[in-house]
Design a binder for this molecule. Structure first.
Ligand SMILES: Nc1ncnc2c1ncn2[C@@H]1O[C@H](COP(=O)(O)OP(=O)(O)OP(=O)(O)O)[C@@H](O)[C@H]1O
Ligand SMILES: [Mg+2]
Length: 210
């Protein structure tokens, strides 16, 4: 079992801690913050019936894995395994719970760069804008379901497939109780475009000359 204190923290949000994989430089380990978990794996501060619903604190992992499997299934004959969401590799056990092992998305300098950081530092330019358009188009075409996507959960890279691209690393998969978005590509595309508009409204580049 991996001891989390021996890992190097790469990033974190409100729900997860993200660490470098100890032996695989191109992978990361995602852990649900233990302070949000009850002793039996439910989600704290939620009604007890809801907290234990659908794998409790691991619910996000479940959504992400299901989405990845669905994309692999849809593209079975193409043998395509790379999509606009981070590639999921599997699990690793830690002293802070189950870790989800995924691809590490890095920018051209070898560090991590979220869309939020690009926008916040005014580095966002025409190349990024083109890549962002492509990202949302691909989410529609490939039928990637976006849940609670925010500007810090989309990362930029040029290494992954040899050209500028954005990759979704958080808020992946169906959140609705009745999975309308997963069932219908049309309904899903409508949601993707709605999120696209919301995200672009938060980026200065679009409110100036573009
Ligand atoms: N695949 C990845 N490759 C590189 N860095 C990553 C990756 N996934 C996450 N990170 C880094 O870790 C941070 C937190 O990850 P993530 O968004 O999954 O956490 P979260 O707790 O769900 O966030 P939020 O509070 O926005 O819901 C990201 O903003 C990013 O800096
Ligand atoms: Mg999140």
């Amino acid at each position: 079992m991996i001891l989390v204190r021996n890992l190097e923290l790469l990033g974190q949000g409100t729900q997860k801690l993200v660490y470098k994989h100890p032996s695989d430089t191109d992978k990361i380990i995602k852990i649900m913050k233990p302070e949000h978990a009850t002793s039996n794996g439910g989600r704290k501060r939620q009604h007890h019936l809801r907290a234990h619903h659908s794998q409790g604190i691991y619910k996000q992992f479940r959504r992400e894995i299901l989405q990845y499997l669905q994309l692999c299934k849809n593209n079975y004959s193409l043998q395509r395994f790379t999509f606009p969401m981070e590639t999921v590799y599997g699990f690793i056990t830690t002293d802070k719970g189950l870790g989800l092992v995924t691809e590490k998305v890095i920018d051209p300098n070898g560090s991590t760069m979220t869309l939020y950081e690009l926008s916040n530092t005014n580095l966002f330019n025409d190349t990024h804008a083109k890549a962002l358009d492509k990202f949302f188009d691909e989410c529609c075409e490939l039928h990637v379901v976006l849940g609670e996507v925010n500007i810090a959960g989309i990362m930029y890279t040029e290494h992954r497939q040899g050209s500028p691209e954005f990759v979704l690393v958080d808020g992946i998969g169906e959140k609705l109780l009745i999975p309308f978005r997963a069932m219908s590509k049309t309904i899903n595309s409508r949601n993707v475009r709605k999120i696209e508009a919301k995200i672009k409204s938060k980026i200065g580049y679009y409110s100036t000359k573009h």
